[in-house]
Design a protein around this ligand. Sequence first.
Ligand SMILES: *Cc1c(COP(=O)(O)O)cnc(C)c1O
Length: 386
Amino acid sequence: MSQSRCPDTRWAWVEVDQGALRRNTRAFKDTLEPGVRMMCVVKSDAYGHGAVPCAKIMHAAGADQFAVATVDEGVRLREGGITWPVLLLSEPPVESVQTLIDNDIMPSVYTAEFALAYGECAAASGTVGKYHLAVDTGMTRIGVSPSDVVEFRRSIDFHRGLECAGTFTHFATADVVGDWDWELQFKHFREAVAAMRDAGFDCGIVHCDNTPGTLLHPEAHLDMCREGIGLYGLHPAETTVPRLELEPVMSVRARVTRVVEPPVGTGVGYGLTYRVPKRNIQIATIPVGYSDGLSRTLSGRMDLLVNGTRVRQVGNICMDQCMFAVDVNSVRALNPARPVAYGDVVTVLGRDGDERITAEEMAGLRGTINYEVVCDFGMRLEKIYV
Ligand SMILES: *Cc1c(COP(=O)(O)O)cnc(C)c1O
């Protein structure tokens, strides 16, 4: 990595591959039958990739609607010029109803108190408040129980300020093939929708599949699928890997801000947990730390890529910086044969030459999932769209 655009103000950045995002989005759209809508999930700032720019690319590649986790995320989409339907994937505090109406953000609904306050607010503003009914079919997170949905609809649907624009549930085990719990959730969902329809209620757009569901359970595509992690080029589980080829969208890069070649025994970082073990070891610094999403739990256990070669991060990762070690003698034997220098581009996540650090590798070391790895890198690093 010699040529790389980087921010003027900090030698650390997230690189977002717009072409990969476009191709992944199209690939998901192509897996859906004609007429099935695609909702692109851009919560947590598009899993760390930047919600507004990503939503624009996704829309051009086939997205029909968008989903966020918080009211603020929805407002930021509107401020960024996103005019397409936006669904909030949970029910926010009742105090937020005016903000929802003013910004045309559809909430998920599962308490009558919230729904009626939202309907009141919509009617007072001379509009109709669209909502999606969340049904808890077995994940035990949010939603109305299947046995209560008809009664729930009766208790709110008389309100002229409310319109049910959709009905959805969320699967706990969509990534498991041939899973009985999944079958049961899907059955409960279909029964709940049928019961509401039998009672004369319009369920709007009916949806339940997320990324793994879309790839492993096409029978549950229904009216719309909600795609998240797959759009960003990451697989939710090993089980989905054979189903669709995806390209990782995020890389994390930095440039070396300092290089020294200290005497044997010199300590590195807080607690001096690493000591230079022999001669001709370079200690280089990059301005990426745990506050940028590089978890401190990775300290001394992770690799970085420099000049297409793996090097070991050493010492405790600091809040804003970390260090790595380069054995000058072993590097000289490699191609390109040169030690690390001030300004060199370092890859924290992504590809450099033939080598690659994946979100899965990092997640494995951290004891977490690739979702958390990319969300974390979105926290503070500037994003560059390439
Ligand atoms: C986050 C989320 C999604 C997207 O999930 P992925 O596994 O990233 O595709 C879909 N639906 C709901 C309700 C969610 O919370």
